[in-house]
Design a protein around this ligand. Structure first.
Ligand code: GLU
Length: 405
């Protein structure tokens, strides 16, 4: 073996890998429908593009401070005041190359070898691997009642002397479920009481439906200043549809921000300056694109859920936000990987197996594509799974004949 034990213990990101699979199949002319994607298809806000282009035009693209351009931190501070009602000094903000790097830096900064990090299933695919990379041990809590809503008691049961942090992602990738206000309030109090880090991965908290708003963790937190162990992670990827710019940030206490900055200064020197200009444009410009996208996604969610509910045997939990849905397909008697492979092979629909999110039997279906893709993808899926469906369908001009039982 030429690579380390640590490297061998880390899998490729299945979500990113599936994006590549779908792109390659499309290049070959396959009529693929990608219901596995994890990025909105809207364009980046014009203010992001214009600010970036104007700065780029000067031809002066230099190093920025390792923790982010002061102007971007200022925009993040404004955003945090407006959306969380929380005042943050610049020393408590670290900008990174995507929220992924923010979480990774944080784990490097807080974990001792073998420290445990708890997160509920279904969880975002990268959490276990990130914890392992930072020398920690992932501990998964699986909510018992099938609602995807963990309880504080379930989490408390897993807390031991090695527990260092809890990560919560709400609205959740992949279930789309938003954890209740009471749960967030209790978790903030619980982590304060037990002296645990509480990491709120809030990437989807502006993409919430049915007139709801995401609970604000700061509202429930004691004012502990720089003794606080509450960390909020945010980024431009999902809310502004700016995934390729790779800008995320963490808001944390000063000591941990310093540590994260030191770590980052040796890894990347800081996030790409060009992308930071774009993020400044997005955060400081006209904000209408978020609401436009949110409304589109809500409509897509409704269409997807409505259609999924017509498929026999499926258990569908209506997402409160994000652009994912995580139905339970276990009635079909296949593993999530077998089912995902079957759908790709037979009807060219890409989905992500639930196993990758720590929950067998489920598939993650995204509704961030076009309505046409969603409807056609679900039609194909339904046809593939329904033994009573007509024996043939057409995908584009391709005739498909059922060759399976
Ligand atoms: N977060 C997205 C997803 O879950 C993008 C891919 C990734 O970073 O994992 O599909």
């Amino acid at each position: 073996m030429s690579v380390s034990q640590l490297a061998r213990s880390i899998k490729a990101s299945p979500t990113l890998k599936l994006n590549e699979t779908a792109a390659k199949m499309r290049e070959r002319g396959e009529p693929v429908i990608h219901l596995g994607g994890g990025e909105p298809k809207s364009k980046a806000p014009l203010d992001a593009v214009l600010n970036c282009a104007a700065q780029l035009n000067t031809g002066e693209v230099r190093y920025a401070p390792a923790d982010g351009l002061p102007a971007l931190k200022k925009a993040i501070i404004r955003y945090t005041e407006e959306h969380y009602g929380h005042a943050v000094p610049p020393a408590n903000v670290v900008v990174s190359s995507g929220a992924k790097q923010s979480i990774m830096n944080l784990l490097y900064a807080i974990l001792e070898p073998h420290d445990e990090v708890i997160f509920p299933a279904p969880y975002w695919v990268s959490y276990p691997e990130m914890v392992k990379l930072a020398g920690g041990v992932p501990v998964v809590v699986t909510p018992e009642d099938g609602t995807f809503q963990p309880t504080v008691a379930e989490i408390a049961e897993c807390v031991g002397s090695a527990t260092r942090a809890v990560i919560l992602n709400s609205p959740n990738n992949p279930s789309g479920v938003m954890y209740s206000r009471d749960f967030i309030a209790e978790m903030v109090a619980f982590c304060e009481k037990r002296d645990l880090w509480l990491v709120m991965d809030d990437l989807y908290n502006r993409l919430v439906f049915d007139g709801q708003t995401a609970p604000n963790p700061y509202r429930f937190a004691e004012d502990r200043g720089d003794a606080s162990k509450l960390v909020v992670v945010q980024g431009v990827s999902k809310m502004y549809a700016m995934t390729g710019f790779r800008i995320g940030w963490a808001i944390a206490n000063r000591e941990v921000c310093e540590a994260m900055t030191n770590i980052q200064s040796h890894q990347t020197s800081g996030p790409v300056t060009v992308s930071q200009w774009a993020a400044i444009g997005a955060l400081s410009g006209v904000q209408t694109s978020i609401e436009t996208m949110r409304l589109t996604l809500e409509n897509h969610r409704n269409v997807m859920v409505e259609r999924l509910q017509t498929i026999p045997g499926l258990r569908v939990t209506k997402p409160h936000g994000t652009f994912y849905c995580f139905p339970d397909f276990s009635a079909y008697g296949k593993s999530s990987l077998q089912l995902a492979e079957f759908l790709l092979d037979k009807v060219r629909v890409v989905v992500v197996p639930g196993k990758e999110f720590g929950m067998e039997g489920h598939l993650r279906l995204s509704y961030c594509g076009t309505l046409k893709e969603i409807m056609e993808g679900l039609e194909r899926l339904k046809w593939a799974l329904d033994p009573d469906a007509p024996n043939e369908i057409f995908i584009g001009d391709r005739r498909l004949v059922r060759d399976w039982a």
